[in-house]
Design a protein around this ligand. Structure first.
Ligand SMILES: [Zn+2]
Length: 144
């Protein structure tokens, strides 16, 4: 089944989804993504995707950071712009389709992005400390 969304009145949904997602949900997700991209600055791009609802992901210019925008639940959809979203930033390789090696949340896009970079730096420091000063053992090596 196709993941290409079809518009039928207020429904905007792909056959493979089947969640009767609406055109309004799509527009809201797009708006949330654009707001997030503007907050993060030049070169960040919005990707809107569907899976039982419409979701916005914002990609860094280098594409290693992906920020997913989550509307706060229990709040009327009309009020979901800007500060009422939460954000999850993922840090991985540029060609990771989803997610990344690290993920952190934030109440603003910058908070989430700074948190994920800090977490990655801390993890790498810890790894570097773990291997610091280990010698290279000479001796017999397996013939390759
Ligand atoms: Zn759908």
């Amino acid at each position: 089944m196709s993941w290409k969304a079809k518009r039928n009145g207020n429904i905007y949904c792909a056959p493979a989804c089947g969640g009767k997602c609406t055109w309004e949900m799509y527009l809201k997700a797009k708006e949330r993504g654009e707001h997030c991209a503007r907050e993060l600055g030049k070169g960040w791009t919005v990707r809107v995707s569907e899976n039982l609802g419409w979701y916005a992901t914002v990609l860094s210019p280098c594409r290693r950071i992906k920020v997913s925008v989550h509307p706060v639940t229990g709040v009327p959809v009309e009020t979901l712009m800007g500060t009422l979203n939460t954000y999850t930033a993922f840090l991985g390789d540029a060609d990771d389709i989803a997610g990344g090696t690290w993920a952190e949340h934030g109440d603003t896009p910058a908070e989430a992005v700074n948190a994920v970079v800090a977490t990655a730096r801390a993890a790498l420091s810890k790894m570097n400390a773990r291997i610091h000063g280990l010698p290279y053992w000479k001796g017999k090596q397996r013939a390759s």
